[in-house]
Design a protein around this ligand. Structure first.
Ligand SMILES: Cc1ncc(COP(=O)(O)O)c(C=O)c1O
Length: 381
């Protein structure tokens, strides 16, 4: 039983496996140039981009940039948009893929402040956030749409409005929400969106997406420079989107799978997927809360993306996960989940973190029941 979809989704829809297999067997070409295989690959990539643009509410597929993963997408913005003297506001909920680049950027003269969150609600402290973004000119605000530790979905529209009123651009880390929660970059009015391709978007590992708002490409230096298959007469990196940020041959089999994942999600509808995962997660949290000795860390009364994190009193989280795996064949994730500050705020850092269960779109109610029974049995040990 795979209940670790917040790390990467599994299984994938059948069409994702087929798309990867088909391209590896028949694709043969990099998608740049002029023979038939190249045309077919180019068309496949374009089609996938238009599905992803539809899913993420972008005005044009050229705004979809393929990256290595969400970490890569976040790094492109953090390292390419910020310069010495800039001020950034992020939060305690952020993943190390935000916190570590920011730590590095401090050495380059960028100042960073972190908003707190309330462990009871899982929500960012809006008053303190407002103070941080307005007390000095802020160039960028990073918002984690849903925490990968608690699963709580932030009321981002309020946070975006506050950031924009203060003149800051917004980078949304949608690693946990894309494919799980309806998202429209256009409606949200944000400047940058980074996400993984291999989680809720159901693509293969090694895929990621970055979206950059219209016209902002001139303000974001690429992380990598090189051949794009476009404007090859120039020695300078072209401004053209999306190739400005896609130097070198792409992970085309991964992109083929990701396009198929996006197509499947559009067919099923994000709203229906969200409802299904919500119902499973609510059932899971309810079951966990009824077990004596279990401390549920994911707030139940706020919107959740599909994550139930808990500890069993006096038991080591990694040991609990090991027993779940070895005795019950249930795969989940224990530890700090690359989000040390969120665990500090929850009071679980010293204990080495917590156990995270994350159902996916293919998880069944029977599996949820089996997980609750397994945790119940471990809590009696
Ligand atoms: C909130 C959040 N941001 C960023 C990442 C990094 O994603 P990736 O592994 O695709 O780089 C993760 C992965 O778990 C995440 O949960």
């Amino acid at each position: 039983m795979y209940i670790d979809n917040a790390a990467t989704s599994f299984p994938k829809p059948e069409r994702v496996y087929t798309a990867v297999n088909d391209w590896l067997r028949n694709g043969m070409a990099a998608g740049r140039g002029s023979h038939q295989g190249i045309d077919d690959t180019g068309r496949m990539i374009d089609l996938g981009r238009s599905k992803l643009a539809q899913l993420l509410g972008l005005s044009s597929p050229s705004r979809i940039i393929h990256t290595l993963n969400c970490t890569d997408s976040l790094n492109i913005i953090l390292q390419g948009f910020l310069s010495a003297g800039d001020h950034v506001v992020a939060s305690q909920l952020d993943h190390n893929s935000v916190l570590r680049p920011l730590q590095e950027l401090k050495q380059r003269g960028i100042t960073v402040e972190l908003a707190n969150f309330d462990p009871a609600s899982g929500l960012i402290d809006v008053e303190q956030f407002t103070r941080l973004v307005s007390s000095q000119p802020t160039r960028l605000v990073v918002i984690t749409h849903a925490s990968n530790v608690t699963g709580t979905i932030q009321p981002i529209q309020d946070l975006i409005r506050i950031a924009h009123n203060a003149g800051a651009a917004v980078l949304l880390d949608a690693a946990q929400t894309a494919g799980h929660v309806p998202i429209s970059m256009h409606d949200m009015g944000i400047e940058f969106l980074a996400t993984a391709g291999h989680k809720g978007l159901l693509g293969p590992l090694g895929t990621g997406i970055l979206c950059i708002g219209n016209g902002l490409e001139s303000s974001v230096r690429p992380l990598r420079y090189g051949g794009t298959g476009t404007s090859s007469e120039l020695l300078e990196q072209p401004l053209e989107m999306p190739s400005r940020y896609e130097s070198g041959n792409a992970n085309v089999p991964g992109i083929a799978g990701l396009g198929a994942g996006a197509e499947w999600i559009l067919k099923e509808s994000v709203e229906r997927i969200h409802e299904k995962i919500q119902a499973l997660t609510q059932r899971l949290m309810e079951g966990l809360q009824e077990i004596r000795g279990v401390e549920l860390l994911s707030p139940r009364h706020t919107r959740n993306v599909g994550i139930a994190t808990f500890n069993i009193y006096n038991q080591d989280c990694r040991e609990v996960a090991m027993i779940l795996d070895q005795s019950f064949r249930i795969q989940c994730r224990a530890g700090l989940h690359c989000a040390p500050l969120a665990h500090r705020a929850l009071g679980t850092f010293e204990k080495g973190g917590a156990v995270r269960l994350s159902p996916g779109v293919f998880t069944t109610e029977d599996e949820i029941q089996a997980v609750v029974e397994a945790v119940h049995a471990i809590a009696q040990l």
